[in-house]
Every structure is written in structure tokens, then in C-alpha cells.
Design a protein around this ligand. Sequence first.
Ligand code: ZN
Length: 171
Amino acid sequence: MIFGALAMIACGDKKEKETEENTTIGNTSTEETTQTRQGDSQDASDSDVVEITIEGNDQMRFNKDEIRVKAGQTVRLTLKHVGQMDKNAMGHNWVLLTQGTGIPEFGGAAVSAKDNDYIPEGTDKVIAHTKMIGGGESATIEFEVPEKGTYDFICSFPGHYSLMKGKFIVE
Ligand code: ZN
């Protein structure tokens, strides 16, 4: 590039000007390329945090029955209650259960834990959970993805787990 510029200058003013323009364009595109690369590397480190949004409604349904993540990631999960009913009538939470935990057994135990957002006190069956929310509310939690495998997630509000459940798959 420098050699070319010097050669052009020797040929006269007009060509020198063209060369300057060309050089400027060249520099600009080089900067853009560099910025893109930096952006990519930032994205790469951010990809360790995966954002997930799941909705619950007044019809007692989640809008997802499967969530896929990768081992080693951090999940930032937001549960949105897109209905209008009160949390005492149609409360929702998002509870990720340990492998081997029976949903009916856990759901049954949760019924008697109303004062603890329907999470049994001192349970070791829960990897992560949001608080219980009502219509129009949302709750966000962050947690480390467990080891590879398939896990169940549910809403532990009494009676909801039969419809409000899905698979959390770690690849
Ligand atoms: Zn629910």
C-alpha cells in the first residue's frame, strides 16, 4: 500500500488525490473489519449467558414445553405471566427439578407449602425456581446449567403441574 502511494505521487497531483481517496477508503474498511471482529469476540463471551423467556397464561399453560441449553452456560430466565388473574387464583412459577424427581410427588408436596411459594421447605429436589407471580407480573432468575441430561420443569401451584410442565434439555 505505501509503495503504491509513493508511485502515484510521482505521477502527479491528480493521481495523488485519487490515491488519498483510495487509501482512506481502504483504512475505513480495515477499521470496520476490526470492529466487527471485536464485536464477534464479545458476542462469544456473552453467549455463555443464554436469555430465555417463558410465558404462563390464565389458561394454565406455559408457551414452551421444551427448553434447550448447553452445558456450562448460565441461564437468565424470565417468567412472564401474560394473564390477568391474581396469583392466589392462577399463580405461576417456574421450577426446575433434579433428575429422578417425580412430578406428581413433588407437586403433591408443594401443595402444603403455600407459605413458601409452593416450594417445599428445605427441598433438595429443586435446581432453580422463580417466585410465584400473578397476572401482569414477571420474575427473572439466573442459574448455572446443570450437567448434561433431561430435566423436568413445572409450575408448582396446586394442580398446575399436570398441564404446566416441560423438558429442560442440557446438551
Ligand atoms: Zn401455574
